[in-house]
Design a protein around this ligand. Structure first.
Ligand SMILES: Cc1cc2nc3c(=O)[nH]c(=O)nc-3n(C[C@H](O)[C@H](O)[C@H](O)COP(=O)(O)OP(=O)(O)OC[C@H]3O[C@@H](n4cnc5c(N)ncnc54)[C@H](O)[C@@H]3O)c2cc1C
Ligand code: SF4
Length: 330
C-alpha cells in the first residue's frame, strides 16, 4: 500500500479546502470501500481527509415533511431511524439488506453512494479496465459478466452499481447536495450518476473534490407503502444480483401512483419510468404488473451469460408489486 497522510476535518469549508489543495487527496467516510481499494492498489491517495467528525450526522424532518439526511449518518443509524422506517420503509429495508451489521455501523451515506463497482476486473490492477484505466479495454464484455448490466450499458463498460441504498433513494426522488470549491450544488439522484457511454471512469456529476453534505428526500406519501426486495447468491452478506424498490398507492383497485427502481442491472440505480407509466391509472392486478415489467425490460440488452437477469427482474418486479397490492398498506 502506498504511504498516505491523514487529516481529520472539523468543518465543511476546511474539508473542501484540503481536497482543493491536493488533487490526490480523498475523503474518508467509514473507509469500508476506499481502504479495500487502497489495499488492492486501485486507489492510491496521497492524503485521506476524514469527514466523520463533520456536523453532518443528523437526520432532520424538513418543512415540506421530507427528510434531510446528513452525509456522515451511518447506514445503521439511517435504517433504524423512526421517520425513515415509517415514511420510507423501502429505504430502511434496502440499507439492512446490505453488507453486515459491523460494516453498516461504519459505512456512511456519502460513502455508500460513491462506492465503486465490484466488477472483478476493476478490482484487479493486473487486468485492463476502462473504468480504472481509461482506454485500456473492457475484458468483462467477452469474459466474466454473469452479474453485469443488462440495461443502459455500453461496449466500454458493463459493470453494475452495487448500492442497495441508492436504489431506494432513486425510487423516492432523492436530491444529493454537495459543497465544492466553487460553492454549494445539488443534483437529483437520477442525474447524479452519469450514463456510461464511452467515459465509464466518469461516474457522477459531483465536481472534483466536492464533499457530499446531505441527501434530501421530498415528502412522498406513496413511499410509506413501499418495499425493497433483493436477490443475492447467498442469504446474507452479499451484493445483489437483482433488486427492486417499489411503492404503490392504490384506490378502488386502480394504481394512483407508482414508484419503481431496479438495482444491480445498470451502472446506476435504475429508475423504471417506463414501468411507472404503465402502472399509473391501470388496474392493480397481475396483468398490469407483468406489462409494467415488460415495458421496462424491453430495453434490456443482456450479454451471453447474464440473460437470466431479465427473467429474474421480471419475476421480481411482479412479485414485489403483487405483494404491495395485497398488503394492508393499500
Ligand atoms: C464485505 C462487504 C459487503 C458489502 N455488501 C454491500 C451490499 O450488499 N450492499 C451495499 O449497498 N453495499 C455493500 N457494501 C459496501 C458498503 O456499503 C460500502 O463500502 C459503504 O457504504 C461505503 O461507505 P463508507 O462510508 O465506508 O465509504 P468510504 O469507503 O469511506 O468511501 C467510499 C468513497 O466515497 C468517498 N466519500 C466518502 N464520503 C464522502 C462524502 N461525504 N463526500 C464525497 N465523497 C465521499 C470516498 O472518498 C470514497 O471514494 C459491502 C462492503 C463490504 C466490504
Ligand atoms: S465492466 Fe467496467 S469495470 Fe468491469 S472491466 Fe469492463 S470497464 Fe472495467
Amino acid at each position: 500500500m502506498k504511504e498516505f497522510g491523514y487529516r481529520r476535518a472539523h468543518d465543511v469549508t476546511g474539508a473542501v479546502a484540503l481536497l482543493a489543495a491536493d488533487p490526490e487527496a480523498r475523503f474518508l467516510g467509514g473507509g469500508t470501500n476506499l481502504v479495500d481499494l487502497m489495499k488492492s492498489g486501485v486507489e492510491r491517495p496521497a492524503l485521506l481527509v476524514d469527514v466523520r467528525e463533520l456536523p453532518l450526522d443528523r437526520i432532520e424532518t424538513t418543512a415540506d415533511g421530507g427528510l434531510r439526511i446528513g452525509a456522515t449518518v451511518t447506514n445503521s443509524d439511517l435504517a433504524a431511524h423512526p421517520e425513515v422506517r415509517r415514511h420510507y420503509p423501502a429505504l430502511a429495508q434496502a440499507v439492512l439488506a446490505g453488507a453486515s451489521g459491523q460494516l453498516r455501523n461504519m459505512a456512511t451515506v456519502g460513502g455508500n453512494l460513491l462506492q465503486r463497482t465490484r466488477c472483478g476486473y476493476f478490482t484487479d490492477v493486473s487486468k485492463p479496465c476502462n473504468k480504472r484505466s481509461p482506454g485500456s479495454g473492457c475484458p468483462a464484455v467477452a469474459g466474466e459478466h454473469h452479474n453485469h448490466a443488462v440495461l443502459g450499458a455500453s461496449g466500454h463498460c458493463v459493470a453494475v452499481h452495487p448500492s442497495d441504498m441508492g436504489v431506494a433513494l432513486t425510487a423516492f426522488d432523492a436530491v444529493v447536495s454537495y459543497e465544492s470549491a466553487d460553492g454549494p450544488g445539488r443534483s437529483p439522484i437520477t442525474d447524479f450518476y452519469l450514463p456510461v457511454g464511452d467515459t465509464p471512469h466518469r461516474e457522477t456529476a459531483l465536481p472534483p473534490g466536492a464533499l457530499i453534505t446531505h441527501v434530501s428526500l421530498p415528502a412522498a406519501p406513496v413511499a410509506a407503502h413501499s418495499r425493497y426486495r433483493k436477490v443475492r447468491e447467498r442469504a446474507s452478506y452479499a451484493f445483489a444480483i437483482g433488486s427492486v424498490a417499489a411503492a404503490l398507492d392504490i384506490e378502488d383497485g386502480v394504481v394512483r401512483e407508482a414508484r419503481l427502481a431496479l438495482g444491480a442491472v445498470a451502472s446506476r440505480p435504475w429508475r423504471a419510468r417506463a414501468a411507472e407509466a404503465v402502472l399509473t391509472g391501470a388496474p392493480a392486478d397481475g396483468a398490469t404488473f407483468a406489462a409494467a415489467a415488460d415495458a421496462e425490460l424491453a430495453a434490456a440488452r443482456p450479454l451471453p451469460d447474464n440473460g437470466y437477469k431479465v427473467t429474474l427482474m421480471r419475476n421480481l418486479v411482479v412479485s414485489v408489486l403483487t405483494e404491495l397490492a395485497g398488503s394492508d398498506a393499500r
